[in-house]
Design a binder for this molecule. Structure first.
Ligand SMILES: Cc1ncc(COP(=O)(O)O)c(C=O)c1O
Length: 328
């Protein structure tokens, strides 16, 4: 997850929680360290998730779609032959326990990371996925909404999103994020907040850490998974809410650069950015240059859902429960 440059400094600065789940126990964050020889550090052989927990109407904290995030983490792990050692319910429970031990009472961002650690005895040095031990770390920090609800300005990156014969783009692999980092860096150096990456066919893939939606001639459109994008959980939430709540079907369709630049509305979706309007692409306004009506309706619907204000979607929220006073 990266934060677009528009983040208001006060809300964007995360307060690091003092505990992490690391190597099978809850430890002070300062003790959650890895050696420089860690394989994932050297070769990018880790997989991760970004999950949010939101303060609910009753003041309690609930994790949003944690099961779906952990299902994706386990799928990503299989791709890299990482044995996480826990199933989805256990990972959700560990996350809730971390929140309780931290005593989290405000919106949180949770970062599970499963990775290749050390060569097993007898394994030769070098880049490989077998003969290497696996590890899991979960840390979390306080983080509210950080994107500018008034809209952000994006560039079209000169970096292309890798295709799935180059990298497993549907897995959230740490090493693959060098592509995203280069795209963000280029966009920010040019004064933009974020970047949209085209795929190898020149169609819209996604933004640096979010999926792209556009309103094109009255239709809500988002690129299909075959456009080499990460299948976002927020993307799925938006597709579901658009249909169920607003009666708007999402068309899964390749989006060309021109189509995107001439859309009436464009917005990005991701756990970190939530739903953020795009009001300018490559120096040209999107529509009237202000957040569009469908974007605004989806934003408020989404925020109602993540705060537990819509009973139809409470199954997406896992209550954390009251804080414990244990510190390790
Ligand atoms: C490259 C990329 N695409 C899309 C997304 C959006 O995914 P999600 O909605 O599951 O957070 C993310 C964020 O995780 C991402 O890093």
């Amino acid at each position: 997850m990266t934060s677009p440059a528009t983040a208001p400094a006060d809300r964007a600065t995360p307060a690091i929680a003092a505990l992490a789940y690391h190597d099978g126990e809850f430890v002070p964050l300062a003790e959650a360290q890895v050696p420089v020889t860690t394989q994932a550090l050297q070769y990018g052989t880790g997989v991760f998730e970004g999950i949010r927990a939101y303060v609910q109407e009753d003041g309690g904290l609930a994790v949003f779609r944690g099961h779906d995030h952990y299902r994706r983490l386990l799928r990503s792990s299989r791709t890299l032959r990482i044995e996480v050692g826990h199933d989805v319910p256990r990972l959700c429970e560990l996350t809730a326990e971390l929140m309780r031990r931290i005593g989290a009472m405000s919106d949180m961002y949770i970062r599970p990371l499963a990775y290749k650690r050390a060569l097993l005895p007898g394994s030769p040095p070098g880049v490989q996925l077998t003969g290497v031990s696996d590890a899991l770390t979960i840390n979390a920090f306080r983080m509210g909404s950080y994107t500018d609800r008034g809209g952000i300005r994006v560039a079209i990156s000169s970096w292309r999103r890798p295709e799935s014969v180059v990298l497993p783009v549907r897995a959230k692999v740490t090493g693959g994020y060098v592509n995203n980092a280069l795209a963000v860096d280029e966009a920010r150096a040019a004064g933009y907040d974020d970047a949209i990456l085209l795929n190898s066919r020149g169609q819209v893939a996604e933004a640096s850490t979010s999926n792209v939606f556009a309103v094109v001639r009255g239709r809500l459109v988002t690129p299909p998974v075959t456009a080499d994008l990460l299948e976002g959980i927020t993307r799925d939430t938006v597709v579901t809410l658009a249909t169920d709540v607003l009666g708007v079907e999402t068309v899964l369709q390749d989006l060309g650069r021109d189509e995107l630049c001439n859309a009436d509305e464009v917005f990005l979706t991701g756990t970190g950015v939530e739903i953020v309007p795009v009001t300018e692409i490559a120096g040209r306004p999107v529509g009237e240059g202000v957040p569009g009506p469908l974007t605004k309706t989806l934003m408020s619907t989404y925020h109602d859902v993540v705060r537990g204000r819509d009973p139809r979607y409470r199954h997406w929220l896992q209550a954390v429960g009251p804080a414990t006073d244990r510190s390790s």
